[in-house]
Every structure is written in structure tokens, then in C-alpha cells.
Design a protein around this ligand. Sequence first.
Ligand code: NAP
Length: 345
Amino acid sequence: MVVKVAINGYGTIGKRVADAVDAQDDMTIIGVTKTRPSFGCDLAVRKGYPLYCTYDEPDKIAAFAAAGYTCHGGLSDLLAIADIVIDCSPGKVGQDNKELYQAAGVKWIFQGGEKHAMTELSYTSSANHQENMNAEGTRVVSCNTTGLSRTLVPLYNHCGSLKVECTMIRRAADPGDSKKGPINAITPVLKVPSHHGPDVMTVRPEIEINSMAVAVPTTIMHCHSIVATLPDGHGLTTETVLELWSSQPRIIIMSGAETGITSTAEVMEFARDIGRKWGDLHEIFVWKDGVKLTGNTLYYFQAIHQESDVIPENIDAIRALMGIESDWKKSVEKTDSAISKYNGI
Ligand SMILES: NC(=O)c1ccc[n+]([C@@H]2O[C@H](COP(=O)([O-])OP(=O)(O)OC[C@H]3O[C@@H](n4cnc5c(N)ncnc54)[C@H](OP(=O)(O)O)[C@@H]3O)[C@@H](O)[C@H]2O)c1
């Protein structure tokens, strides 16, 4: 079976998910939507993805032809031929879209800008792939929550309990975004705790976690400063924590002192050097020399490429919802192997 995938919202996340789907042999892109003719339409045309309008109104569909694009119809036309829709619209428009998907009888995946309360199920590959098997729909959690899940879930699985306090040092905007800030300030998120840590509990409720967040004037990555309290008798050392993470998919561990990669700037340069498409880094980057276990307290930093760590998770989530693969590690291996063919060395 080849799953027919629609992408509703062809922006930062949507265009990346589309290419990741396109690389797999068990799913195919049947169309992507744009709200109106704009430069993203040229990208879809170049890739050979059929273009649809986000809306069904005839005048909005006709605007595409007037601008020289072949538009195959409105969202309803696309949903009529899809098995599953990946909603990559900006956050908070999900409820209306969900009703359209349910009426069309297609499965749906939302992104982290939507609330867990709306989807009633969330997803990360390492935390709860099984729970998502054959579900009607889910939400791939945000880039920060995905990053936290990648390193905390294996720790939790080893220790059996985990208490975590962390600070998200967040990028102000994506590189292609000209409307957000700050450009010269550090802006604390004055909702304490921030949603990021507690959001981990939507995929692994047993992890006790709180977070605070600040936005800083950078566009390339988030950085997490994490303090985890392990239970008595955890049996780990700094070295074995690193070994545990090394054995997990989608985590890169490097020494800042040995490589000269001591900041998010060099991490992103590394991603470009190894030929990653868009300069993306799907993996979470952990600095080996920033990890220290003292007694029961584990300290570490990790860097998150906000535009791309969730991309392979969307592919695994499709396999879970469609009931194709119940073993998360097998899905991850298949996803990443297919993506690696377009993703450098
Ligand atoms: N960017 C990140 O770093 C990041 C990371 C993880 C998760 N997310 C989440 O991923 C989702 C998408 O974010 P993004 O950064 O990709 O946003 P984006 O770059 O602004 O792209 C959103 C796209 O959705 C389209 N759109 C607007 N209204 C829509 C509607 N009602 N229905 C369907 N599509 C609509 C826009 O259309 P037009 O361009 O055609 O006008 C745009 O192409 C959000 O939930 C966000 O929180 C983002």
C-alpha cells in the first residue's frame, strides 16, 4: 500500500514534510495547498507536487490561474483523494481544519502550534508510537518538546522515574521570517512554567517536568539548559549517559573542545558542511563536554534545529496512524534511510 498524503499549508514545515514524504517508498504526495499565489507555489511546481488552494471559493482558486499557476482545485478536492492530511498551517487554526478533515473521512496530523486539548493525542517517535497506532489523528509536538523527548525518554526508560527542570533559550524567529522579534532584547516568557516542559507529558506523562523560556535575538536554533534529577540507584555515570544517548536515533553528540563546535552557529555550519538540504539538522545536538552527572543530578545542554527536528517524526506518525509499522525504531530507520538519500553525508 502506498499512502496518499496531502499537505495543507506549504510553509516552513510543510515544504520539508513534503520532501520527506516524497523520499519514502510507502507514501506519496498527492497535493499541497497555498492560500494564494506566492513564491512557494514555484517551489511546489518545480518539485512536481500538484498545487491546490487552501480554500474552496471559486474566486480564490481562480486567482492561481490568473497568476500563471495550474491549480487542481480547493482543499475539498484534495481531501477527496487523500488517505491522510498533514496540517502544516500556522498554529491555532486547527479546530476549523479538523472539522473539514473529519467530514472528509481522512486521517490527520497537526503540528506543535496546536494544543493537545484539540487533538487529544500527541506524538513523538521515541515516546508513544504504539499509542498512536491506527488512531484517527494526532499532533506531532513542537520542535522544543520533540528535542526534550529525544534525550529524556531514554533516560526515563532506563531509570524508571525522572524529575526535570529546564530552560528553553528560544530563537526569536525563523530565518525566512521578517515580522517577528526581538532583534535587540532578551524576552522572558512570563507564563511560568512555559508550555514546553509540560508538553512532554502529553507523550510521556510519567516524566515530571517543568520549564521556563526566554526568546533571544537569533534565528538559527534553540538551546536547552537541562537539569534532571535521577532516582536513587540509577547506576549511571556521565560516560554511560552519553553511551545511552549514542545508542538512540536522531541524537548527535560531539565535544566542543575537540571539534570547535562550541555554539549554535558552528552546529548549523556543520549541518551545511555535510550537505543537509536547507542546512537542516534533524538530529538533536548534545555537547559531550556540557554533560555532567553529579550524584543524582544530571546537567546538560542541547541544541535544536527548530525548522527540521519534527520532519522525520511526521513520517513516523503517518506510519503509526496508517497502521503500517508498529515498531518505532524500524520506522525511524526506514524514514532516516530514505531521507539520507537527499540529505548529504
Ligand atoms: N517553524 C518552526 O520552527 C516550527 C517548528 C515546529 C513546529 N512548527 C509548527 O508547525 C506549524 C506550521 O508552522 P510554519 O513555521 O511552517 O508556519 P509558516 O511557515 O507560516 O507556514 C504556514 C503555511 O500555512 C498556510 N496557511 C495559512 N493559513 C492556513 C489555513 N487556514 N489552512 C491551511 N494552511 C494555511 C500559509 O499559507 P500561504 O503561505 O500559502 O499564505 C503557510 O504556507 C505550526 O503549528 C507551528 O507551530 C513550526
